[in-house]
Design a protein around this ligand. Structure first.
Ligand code: SAH
Length: 248
């Protein structure tokens, strides 16, 4: 079981697979007022940076599930490196439908809401693992500027304008689902650069090391077109944030 190989190549050097930086994850952890021993579940945990640093800085106990064997392996190595391997556990698997045996204080899905079939379904899924009074974390894109045309949405690699909401509408949507938005930390354009621009050097080095690979042509084409596409569209139009929610 794995995610499409292209992501394992372009994001192989990423510790954080979204527009957040280490500082943003630290702010989020502080904003949530995490207590030592708090239990955190993370669906689509990637290379484990959120759980590992929160275990180190705030003493949380965490479980992450991710479908990429490479990212899961990196997460386990990161836990060893930060000396928190006894506090965090990383499971390789499909997080769709995953409900923890023991209820958690924080249930998160940070940049992978397709796992529950969208924001609403993911909130419902996370709620099944959550203790009374617990916090749900959703990491999700929103329109920083509404694209004037569907062409612009496509330029952002988004299927259609309707796939995301502007920020006020996204917050209102959480309200319609019966949740209070109790905290949020938003990514910025520098964070987007760390996520997107970091792929370019990875692609360049991978191409030099793997010129005969079956994906070499596709990666070459991406490296050629991505920088311009990214600054013209994604960087200008797409926002991203993590929203902390509590049931009303
Ligand atoms: N939350 C992480 C990773 C976000 S990227 C971070 O902030 O860095 C999205 C992640 O979802 C990737 O690591 C990908 O491997 C994982 N993923 C995609 N589909 C999944 C599924 N069905 N079950 C579990 N993980 C999945």
């Amino acid at each position: 079981m794995d995610i499409p190989r292209i992501f394992n190549i372009t994001e192989s050097a990423h510790r954080i697979h979204n527009p957040f930086t280490p500082e943003k994850f630290a702010s989020l952890g502080a904003a949530l007022r995490l207590e030592t021993g708090a239990r955190v579940l993370d669906l689509g945990s990637g290379s484990g940076e959120m759980l590992c640093t929160w275990a180190r800085d705030y003493g949380i106990i965490g479980t992450g599930i991710d479908m990429s064997p490479l990212f899961t392996e990196q997460a386990k190595r990161r836990a060893e490196e930060l000396g928190v391997a006894d506090q965090v556990k990383f499971i390789h698997g499909d997080a769709a439908g995953y409900v923890s045996d023991e209820k958690v204080d924080v249930a998160a899905c940070v940049g992978a809401t397709w796992i529950g079939g969208g924001v609403a379904g993911t909130i419902e899924l996370l709620a099944r693992s959550l203790c009374t009074g617990g916090i749900i974390l959703i990491g999700e894109p929103y329109w920083r500027q509404l694209p004037p045309t569907e062409e612009v949405a496509k330029g952002c690699l988004v299927g259609s304008i309707a796939d995301y909401l502007p920020l006020p509408e996204l917050l209102a949507f959480f309200g319609h689902l019966g949740y209070d938005v109790v905290e949020m930390v938003l990514a910025d354009q520098d964070g987007w650069d760390r996520y997107e621009a970091a792929k370019w050097l990875t692609m360049r080095r991978w191409l030099e090391a793997n010129p005969e690979d079956e994906l070499a042509k596709e990666i070459r084409a991406q490296l050629t077109s991505e920088p311009e596409r990214y600054v013209k569209y994604t960087r200008e139009y797409l926002g991203w944030g993590v929203f902390a929610l509590m049931k009303r």
